[in-house]
Design a protein around this ligand. Sequence first.
Ligand SMILES: [Zn+2]
Length: 326
Amino acid sequence: MSNLEYYQDIYQKLLIADGHCDTILDLFKSGRSFWANEQSGHIDWPRITSSKMNLQFLAFYIEPQFKPHGALCRVLELLAFYNKLKLEKEVTTVLSKSDLCSLKPESECRFLLAIEGGEVLESKLSTLSILFQLGFRSLTLTWNQRNFLADGAWENNSKGGLTQLGKQVVLEMNRLGMLIDVSHLSTAGFWDVLALTDKPIAATHSCCAALFDHPRNLSDAQLLALKEVNGIIGINFYPDFLGDKNGGVDLVIKHLEHAASIAGIDFVGLGSDYDGIDHTPLGLEDISKLPSIVDKLIKRGWQEEDIRKVMGGNFIRVLKEVLPNA
Ligand SMILES: [Zn+2]
């Protein structure tokens, strides 16, 4: 088998998952089509198809002007937009474990709905189960600032973690079957979540602080702790978090390999942050370039089984442990 055939053979057999993108808001604001490649943005259906993506998280990012009051309404507005998109072509929203068990490498991409910012709850625990009923399966507890649930990464100096409501939210998300996302959370908040959760958690789009010290990146101790709860870090493609504005695919690989060396190969995945980042690594300009990661991993001597885990297998395993059965 030639190198190219070997590469294509491996790629065809992978389940590919991406733990974070901000495409919904980008589509909503820009008016570009999701169903055509208009050469703008990072993600659309044609490019998802060419990347062979199987599971794409869609984070509903709440812009500052809608926080704290108006956050829920804004998320509902974005949900109505997503539901309208779905009318144009039938796509599957992942709601339960069975939506993941039926995924095959050749399956069309399915979407997991997430919200980026606990402000959406408008300080009521009961909002969570309503959002669950509406189809959301993940919540990033904070963005960078402080909210009703916890302090964000920009408030690290405060040493503030989860509020009482934040603690209730963690338990309720465990109960409902929603994935807790600790990207953007303060360090103290991270440890508070770890102490409470009885399900795996995710840092869906973060990088490694040992390689680049940034409030959005996780320390080695945090990477190890993710392993303790069977969780996952999705490596963010944003050059400002990776540590070199002019970096390329190799830099993403460096963070993948570091996270795997500390937490273990079963606890690392991809969290591109596409359509939420203003520049991308060279060679990873949009979602269609994902094969270049696999190409590099093969050249660096990664085993097929390890590539399978990092490219999507791990995220799917975590979700199978968290989401409701049906
Ligand atoms: Zn984010």
